[in-house]
Design a protein around this ligand. Structure first.
Ligand code: GTP
Ligand code: MG
Length: 196
């Protein structure tokens, strides 16, 4: 119910323009088209809160959705999206990395990874980088509806083994926006980070 209150606040390109009254933020990151915006909509039970699209690169700014006066969920542009002008791409990647590195109220990152494939090189870079930053990460292995139960579970266990060995700041679960699977688990993680 807390997350149903999410309301669009604003979209900004850089940290300097981010709202300054927030104490708790959780951001959604991951490859382009991984399903970040879809996950946000399901988590907040709002069909059209964040814009989703079949075309990768839909989300292009840092989008803030407030839950109350001091808390917000943040939809980030996807990484690894090549089909834009190189200059624009560099500028938005710089804006994004500055936000993740320096936002004082960012409590954790929800990282979306396709459940059908092993984490990409960029996903692993994100894990290394967030570990250096001491930023907790919770991975949603998304689109789990596209896999049978057995293989989905096997991929989750494999990922958890990797996290345990190399990235103890990160946890993982299966998730499907389409089937609304894994919602309680992700709400619990958000409650923890938001100190609800
Ligand atoms: P960018 O903003 O471009 O970085 O993408 P995004 O990560 O926000 O992805 P988005 O939520 O826009 O979803 C991309 C596509 O994947 C859309 O066509 C969604 O309908 C589809 N999709 C997202 N989540 C799921 C899921 O759990 N299951 C299935 N089957 N499709 C999904
Ligand atoms: Mg998006």
């Amino acid at each position: 119910p807390l997350y149903q209150k999410a309301t669009y606040l604003k979209s900004v390109p850089t940290l300097a323009l981010c709202p300054d009254n927030l104490t708790h933020e959780v951001a959604f990151a991951g490859r382009s088209n991984a399903g970040k915006s879809s996950a946000l909509n399901v988590i907040t039970s709002q069909k059209t809160l964040a814009r989703t699209s079949k075309t990768p690169g839909r989300t292009q700014l840092i989008n803030f959705f407030t839950l109350d006066d001091h808390r917000a969920l943040v939809d980030l542009p996807g990484y690894g999206f090549a089909k834009v002008n190189v200059k624009i791409k560099r500028a938005w990647e710089a804006g994004l990395s500055e936000y993740i590195e320096k936002s004082p109220s960012l409590k954790g990152l929800i990282l979306l990874v396709d459940s059908r494939m092993p984490p990409t090189e960029i996903d692993l870079m994100m894990l290394n980088w967030t570990q250096e930053l001491n930023l907790p990460v919770h991975i949603l292995l998304t689109k789990s509806d596209k896999l049978k139960k057995g293989p989905a579970k096997a991929n989750l266990l494999k990922l958890r083994k990797l996290l345990k060995e190399e990235y103890p700041h990160a946890s993982a679960q299966l998730f499907s926006s389409l089937k609304r699977e894994g919602l309680i688990e992700v709400w619990n993680k958000l409650d923890e980070w938001m100190e609800y």
